[in-house]
Design a protein around this ligand. Structure first.
Ligand code: UT7
Length: 336
């Protein structure tokens, strides 16, 4: 972080993005061989055909976070030493200390950067983006890398069919840079949490943290426990609410934005919000069929794929939306 910059409202640009997924694939046919499920059930209930899975013997969350960061630096023409701050949204870092952010900062030679991880589950990338943007806008940093990365395969109990089929591993990164035009950047952001619903999605490390009503749950300690129906209900309602709020507060309509980049939770959740708000399917990118739900990795991965495909139209606003464990939710609307 820096003290040599003029403070005050600055503009912020996303000057480059990057993403990373592992080479290993876990298909619905693989699951059908491992447990009592079918390709048809998984596709129909979730929209997922396959997910990317790390080789956890030699790789982890930081492998993907670092790759996504290196690709974003390359795309933006920024050198590692120019970074003032690295934020990694994750719930699956290999170690709690060091943070993934500090570890990869050291690996790539980002010697002028502050670095920390942020835990907001599937909202990890959006919380990091909103916080990183605010720091650059306030003039406290010139160049910030925000990353969402999760190695979900490291916290999945692959004997549980109702949870394991949803998740994959991925990371996405955006490089934020200060701009003289204060009108560019995030024009609206919202972040929220409702901790009273945490037991719908959690990763207990000790018995003491398991709620009594969930004590019969056979999923191992250290693995993700999820009440799918409860999360589904929350997500369908919250996704719609967060989108409505972002459109209302900015005065934008779905026609005004080039893309709504949304967390890839379940195709039925995405379709439900899209239909209720009458958003054209071409404006809501979906890649869940190939990557599953990659938690904090998903929104950054989508943003990078859209950017590289030229779908984030310069001069047109775009919107990002996520919701997940915590329970948390977030939106971010950008003027480019
Ligand atoms: O990023 C946020 C993270 N989480 C989410 O977004 C998850 C939101 N929830 C969901 O996506 C859905 O709840 C799931 C896909 C996880 C489950 O779908 P569902 O339609 O809610 O199924 P269910 O849990 O109500 O289960 C219905 C039936 C049950 O059988 P019975 O009791 O009706 O006989 C389950 O045992 O489907 C069974 N089932 C399966 N059958 C075949 C559950 N998982 C499977 C499976 N294959 N993989």
């Amino acid at each position: 972080m820096r003290n040599d910059l003029p403070s005050g409202a600055r503009g912020v640009r996303i000057i480059g993005t990057g993403s990373a997924v592992p080479e290993g694939r876990l298909t619905n046919a693989d699951f059908a061989r491992m447990m009592d499920t079918t390709d048809e059930w998984i596709k129909q209930r979730t929209g997922i055909s396959e997910r990317r899975i790390l080789d956890l013997r030699t790789q982890g969350c930081s492998t993907l976070a670092r790759l996504a960061l290196e690709r974003a630096l390359e795309a933006s023409g920024v050198k590692a030493e120019e970074l003032d701050l690295i934020i990694v949204g994750t719930v699956t870092g290999e170690m709690t200390c060091p943070s993934v952010a500090a570890r990869i900062a050291g690996e790539i030679g980002a010697k002028n950067a502050a670095a920390f991880d942020l835990g907001a589950a599937c909202c990890g990338f959006l919380y990091s983006l909103n916080i990183g943007e605010s720091i650059v806008r306030a003039g406290r940093a010139r160049t910030v890398a925000v990353i969402g990365a999760d190695a979900m395969s490291s916290i999945i109990d692959y004997t549980d069919r109702s949870v394991s089929i949803l998740f994959g591993d991925a990371a996405g990164c955006a490089i934020l840079r200060s701009d003289d035009d204060p009108s560019v950047g995030c024009i609206y952001q919202h972040m929220g949490a409702d901790g009273s619903g945490w037991h719908a999605l959690y990763i207990p490390r000790r018995e003491a943290d398991v709620p009594v009503e969930d004590s019969a749950n056979p999923i191992r300690l250290g693995c993700l426990r999820m009440n799918g129906k409860e999360v589904f209900r929350f997500a369908v309602t919250k996704f719609k609410e967060v989108l409505e709020d972002a459109f209302a507060k900015t005065g934008l309509t779905p026609d005004d934005v080039s893309q709504v980049v949304c967390h890839q939770s379940n195709i039925r959740i995405i379709d439900s919000a899209r239909e209720k708000l009458n958003i054209d399917p071409s404006k809501i990118f979906v890649n869940i069929d190939y990557y599953g739900n990659s938690s904090a990795g998903s929104v950054g991965l989508c943003l990078d794929q859209l950017s590289r495909a030229g779908k984030i139209t310069p001069g047109k606003p775009f919107m990002l939306v996520a919701f997940g464990g915590g329970l948390t939710w977030a939106s971010s609307v950008w003027k480019t």
